[in-house]
Design a protein around this ligand. Structure first.
Ligand SMILES: *[C@@H]1O[C@H](CO)[C@@H](O)[C@H](O)[C@H]1NC(C)=O
Length: 280
């Protein structure tokens, strides 16, 4: 009896070991056709797919692949204090939506996002310590250096993103920005105010011949243009740059770019110069 008990115990023990080794639910891996189908289904609901660590491994580490994915690595949670991330996300969504409703839409290219708070393991795996980062995952192999967009140099305006994607994937995306009427509205209001002002002062329009007023206007226009406000308006550079070590750069390191703060410094110095020259 005792030996039978011992045998039963032994069998039970092996049974436990077997469960521990094999019992954990295996992560099922999908075939290429299944993965493409799943990505297509997800993309039909949302133009930007959300990837956490597991999904990232399922769709971007799995091979073979026959699709490209453009991933934005970001940190949108408020406590991460990434101000540019929201702006970058807006531009990225514009590109993804433009692609989704364009003629070139196919299952060759998908757009996705990995948020630090959902996929910090992915950030670790790729040794990323900043956000936002735009990366292209090619159909074959790992991303190369050029598959990470150099946003320090070129910014991340939707048009720039589309151009970079065209270089990496040969898929041309025409960017459609949802029209922004606030600018037009502001202009109409401004014209209205000026018109009302001129009407009220219609009997006394002497001030229109005031040289100082026109001079100040022209000077301000020159200052705005020479300090690069138009470039800011078109390229949308960051206000300033905070490096991973916490150092803040107010002035762009290359002659190909600028920060908004930098243009304010230039404007301030120009005004200082004019004041000094005038007082001579
Ligand atoms: C990728 O492969 C899957 C499965 O063979 C296929 O359904 C899909 O059309 C392919 N995609 C492209 C872009 O060729």
């Amino acid at each position: 009896m005792k030996s039978i008990m011992r045998l039963a115990l032994l069998i039970f023990f092996f049974f436990l070991v077997y469960i521990c080794v094999n019992g954990q639910p295996r992560r099922q891996s999908f075939s290429l056709a299944e993965r493409v189908q799943q990505l297509t289904d997800m993309a039909s609901k949302k133009s930007v797919l959300r990837f956490n660590g597991n999904k990232f491994r399922d769709y971007l580490k799995a091979s073979p692949r026959n699709y490209s994915v453009i991933i934005m690595f970001t940190a949108m949670a408020a406590q991460r204090q990434c101000q540019v991330c929201r702006h970058a996300s807006d531009e990225f969504t514009i590109v993804a939506n433009s692609y989704r409703y364009s003629q070139s839409y196919s299952n060759k290219l998908f757009f996705g996002v990995v948020d630090f708070d959902e996929g910090s393991d992915v950030f670790q795996m790729l040794r990323l310590n900043t956000a936002p980062v735009f990366m292209h995952f090619p159909p074959k192999g790992k991303p190369k250096a050029a598959d990470t967009m150099d946003i320090q140099r070129v910014g991340f305006a939707a048009e720039t993103l589309a151009k970079w994607i065209a270089e990496r994937t040969d898929i041309q995306i025409r960017v459609f920005r949802p029209p922004n009427y606030s600018g037009t509205f502001g202009l109409v209001v401004l014209f209205g105010i000026v018109a009302v002002f001129l009407y009220v002062r219609r009997n006394n329009l002497e001030f229109l011949y005031n040289k100082t007023m026109w001079g100040m206007g022209a000077l301000f226009f020159c200052l705005a243009m020479t300090s690069g406000q138009m470039w800011n308006h078109i390229r949308g550079p960051p206000f300033l740059h905070k490096s991973n070590t916490g150092q803040i750069a107010y002035i762009h390191g290359s002659s190909q770019g600028q920060f908004v703060f930098e243009t304010y410094i230039v404007m301030f110095l120009s005004i200082l110069y004019f004041i000094i020259v005038r007082n001579y």
